[in-house]
Design a protein around this ligand. Sequence first.
Ligand SMILES: [Zn+2]
Length: 327
Amino acid sequence: MTSRVLCQFIPPYLIERLQPHLVATDRALRARREAGPHPVPQAAAGAPAWAVHTCHNTADLPGDLVRSAGQPASGDDAVDEAASGITATLDLYREVYDRSSFDGKGAPVSLSVHYEQGYDNAYWDGTQLVFGDGDGTVFGRFTKPVDVLGHELTHAVTERTAALTYSGQSGALNESISDVFGSCVKQRLLGQSADQADWLIGVGLFLPGVQGRALRDMAHPGTAYDDPRLGKDPQAPDMGGYVDTDDDNGGVHTNSGIPNRAFYLAATAIGGSSWAGAGAIWYAALTGRDVSADTDFAGFAAATVAAAGDHADAVRTAWSTVGVEPS
Ligand SMILES: [Zn+2]
């Protein structure tokens, strides 16, 4: 069963610092999302694979249609970044994992940009992807880094496959899987091997003056930023840093650092491209029989080891390095 959660890219602990006025708005959004159901449009014959809308800096979704699959650039940076990002993300799923759109049945993807004014987030609401322009001081456009879009669309894939419950360890896995495939989208677009990749999530979101490289660092969780306005990156690099909390759905954006680093370690140990190597193993685990709504770190680790074939030792060692014993 699907867990109806609003999957926002920027965690609540940062929104509370930067845009406290949004906390109530986001709570209302989440309540609407949890109330569901939200039918997603089925693939219609001849329907474009994706469509980008503009909200004209209002909260009206989806807004006015600007550009669909097959159409030329619009000249609006946010629209065109969303268009290339969704193309690269759908290509990864189709060409590498033989998956047609997020539902596996070719569902068209609806995207909206210029949502609200100065909005510091991007999210999947169960029916579509939504991107703010950022506050213009700390955060810029959320369409800029392709891994943000890949991250958000992957929430829709997870929702339709393992449906990992968005709290505690299964929630941290849900978050991590979005970073994993968001990063695979970016690395594939850049033609980078696992060794060449920067393993950062959200490069380009921070505007000049912010003390940080990106929002998260899969290779070195907890080191991505340290800024007076943002605080310090709180991600855990291994089970020694695991955070027990009621905030952020049980620390989903904090503890996701642990499986993120396991993926980085597995991908670099296996070598070659992350999307074809470790990515294919993680995708098999996500969509296989061993992973379901309440799977924890150890259970997911076991599923990846089982799916790893000749690379089982490398994958087991990666998990063990972050303190997770597959079981
Ligand atoms: Zn997320």
